[in-house]
Design a protein around this ligand. Structure first.
Ligand code: NAG
Ligand code: NAG
Ligand code: NAG
Length: 327
């Protein structure tokens, strides 16, 4: 009942904004919900302010009436009908009573866990009692709410009862489970560890202690490879001979292509290609061409086209910019 009253209060507050929207400048509308109800304004997701759209060019002069209606209509329908996962990905929307609706606020909802609040909107976490909007770490006063800000994770210090930004890989939460998830945090220098959570990346592949963290070196310039309980730099020559095609070798590492008798080699020039499957691209990404009659790999250029191509249409099929040399 209390919740319903709060919701009604929120909605009527919003409609009052609509009726007064003529008197309001965009900057006076402080929430996304209010901003969305004024057709002239848009909510800037970067600055988190309500403002006039930057490109006020087309159709504002003559067609204001219909333009306004269309826009309002579009906004009110924006969240409607979205499935839950899609809904939760939209900053403007919330998932309530199994429906996607326009987001208004986190605080009407009494939920004691982060997951329950996040199931309503990704903008909400719990303070232990109600959902609250995600804020900066320093603003959280309970260890339960001290989880994340908009841009970073937070860490709770029990002795001082203070919440602050995470500064070390080891302070990141255990629900980060992969190298990719850990890398996004701090200075791209954290990798994953067993059991979840992150650890500072080793400098070289050889320094990564666990398989889950054996993905790249610290600078992310070298791909790594786990074998014999150790982490190595991923070299094309380590690929098993069951790798037979260019695609197999590319899946192993984007620096590799197929070689004779199986396995992979570094991609160098077209001339280095030993077999048809190892004759696809050179290390600059340019196309190569396999000349079966000569058993050779060549740059795919007009001059290298085989003499069996006699007509312009043959040549065009080989490479659109080529024409026949008349021989
Ligand atoms: C939001 O503000 C930023 C910074 O001023 C600006 O670059 C961006 O274009 C704005 N976004 C929209 C959708 O107007
Ligand atoms: C914590 O991170 C926020 C951005 O999420 C930043 O604005 C703030 O300055 C940081 N605080 C400290 C103490 O570094
Ligand atoms: C290619 O070699 C790698 C490394 O030994 C192996 O993990 C992978 O399964 C091989 N791929 C194929 C298609 O055989």
């Amino acid at each position: 009942m209390k919740r319903t009253l709060i919701l009604i209060a929120l909605v009527s507050l919003a409609s009052c904004q609509i009726s007064k929207s003529q008197d309001c400048t965009c900057a006076q509308l402080l929430t996304l919900g209010d901003c969305g109800r004024n057709s002239k304004c848009t909510w800037n997701l970067t600055k988190l302010v309500c403002e006039l759209p930057s490109n006020t060019g087309t159709g504002t002069g003559t067609g204001t009436g219909t333009g306004t209606v269309t826009k309002n209509y579009g906004k009110s329908l924006y969240c409607e009908g979205l499935a839950q996962t899609e809904c939760l990905d939209k900053y403007e929307c919330a998932w309530l009573d199994n429906k996607c609706t326009f987001f208004t606020s986190c605080t009407p909802f009494e939920k004691a866990t982060k997951d329950e609040c996040q199931a309503i909107s990704k903008r909400c976490i719990t303070d232990g009692t109600i959902c609250v909007e995600i804020d900066i770490c320093d603003s959280y006063s309970t260890s339960i709410s001290c989880v994340q800000s908009k841009t970073s994770y937070c860490v709770w210090d029990e002795p001082t009862k203070k919440c602050s930004n995470v500064t070390e890989c080891s302070q990141l939460p255990t629900d980060l489970k992969t190298d990719a998830e850990c890398r996004k945090q701090l200075k791209n220098e954290c990798t994953a560890k067993d059991g979840g959570g992150c650890v500072e990346s080793g400098t070289n592949c050889e320094d990564q202690k666990q398989e889950v963290g054996c993905v790249t070196n610290k600078a992310r310039t070298v791909q790594c490879f786990w074998g014999d309980g150790k982490c190595f730099e991923k070299k094309c020559e380590f690929a098993l001979t069951s790798n037979k095609t260019h695609a197999d070798c590319q899946k192993f590492s984007d620096k590799c292509t197929a070689k004779k008798d199986g396995g992979c080699v570094d991609i160098k020039t077209c001339q280095d290609g030993q077999i048809l499957e190892g004759c696809k691209i050179d290390n600059a990404g340019k196309d190569c061409f396999w000349v079966a009659t000569e058993n050779k790999c060549k740059d795919k250029t007009c001059v290298n086209a085989p003499n069996t191509m006699k007509t312009n249409s043959d040549c065009k099929q080989y490479l659109p910019k080529c024409i026949t040399n008349g021989q």
